[in-house]
Design a protein around this ligand. Structure first.
Ligand code: ZN
Length: 244
């Protein structure tokens, strides 16, 4: 007996929440997908856990880096139709899987009440070490723990309900980016210019990268081929987990 194919993700959802570690994380792997969602009328919120203040490549004063990267992320979000961008302000490069982080992500889930959450894979990508930055895996695992069980359990972090009036909320599906088992392709060919515009908003991260568009086009074309899209198409890929 073979296992039944995994259920397909919802055709359309009202609200989606993207939880990522650093400014620009959502844009490299998922901005095209987000652009297709906002074009279809889904309200998308970004929750960025750190300010990316340990990143950058030039002599920008370190205390300027966090505020600068918040501005860049807001501009990148606007390029793909996202205006609700929230920052949790954790220190870049030093994220740990803590109850505080689970509570803070649970709070945003209960505030936004998304049917769909997008985050990083908590699984290590052995073929591509850079995809598995420890902050990315920590945010992926913390977000999954917030999705199940914290956000839906009114007795988890009871102060969220008692002090802030935030009712329990059950997320229907989680999309994991940079996953070693990504098998769900999103065709982003028609919105790829929006993705490039989003990425170019991260001036302090990408201004020095030569032929960023060429590199990303090759990567997205390879993803599309691997997952059976017609020749010439570009895709982003996810591992979709049903969590209802
Ligand atoms: Zn990152």
């Amino acid at each position: 007996m073979t296992a039944p194919p995994p259920p397909k993700p919802a055709e359309h959802v009202e609200r989606a929440l993207c939880v990522l570690a650093h400014p620009d994380d959502v844009d490299f792997g998922s901005a095209g997908t987000v652009a297709t969602w906002t074009a279809a009328g889904t309200e998308v919120t970004y929750c960025i856990v750190t300010d990316g203040d340990a990143g950058g490549f030039d002599d920008t004063p370190r205390d300027r880096m966090g505020p600068l990267r918040r501005e860049e992320q807001r501009a990148a979000a606007a390029a793909v139709g996202v205006t609700d961008v929230r920052f949790l302000g954790y220190p870049d490069g030093r994220l740990e899987l803590t109850l505080d982080l689970r509570r803070d992500i649970s709070r945003v889930i209960r505030q936004v009440r998304p049917q769909r959450v997008l985050t990083s894979s908590p699984e290590r990508f052995w073929e591509r070490i850079g995809a598995s930055h420890p902050d990315h895996m920590t945010v992926g695992e913390s977000t999954l723990r917030a999705v199940y069980p914290d956000a839906r359990n009114p007795f988890a972090f009871p102060e969220l309900l008692a002090d802030e009036g935030l009712e329990a909320w059950t997320v229907g599906e989680v999309w994991l980016g940079a996953s070693p088992r990504a098998d769900h392709a999103v065709d982003v060919t028609d919105v790829v210019e929006l993705k490039f515009a989003a990425l170019k908003s991260h001036v302090s991260q990408v201004a020095h990268v030569e032929d960023l568009e060429g590199f990303l086009t090759g990567w997205m074309a390879q993803t599309a081929r691997r997952l059976g899209l017609p020749e010439g198409r570009l895709a982003e890929a996810f591992h979709v987990v049903h969590t209802a």
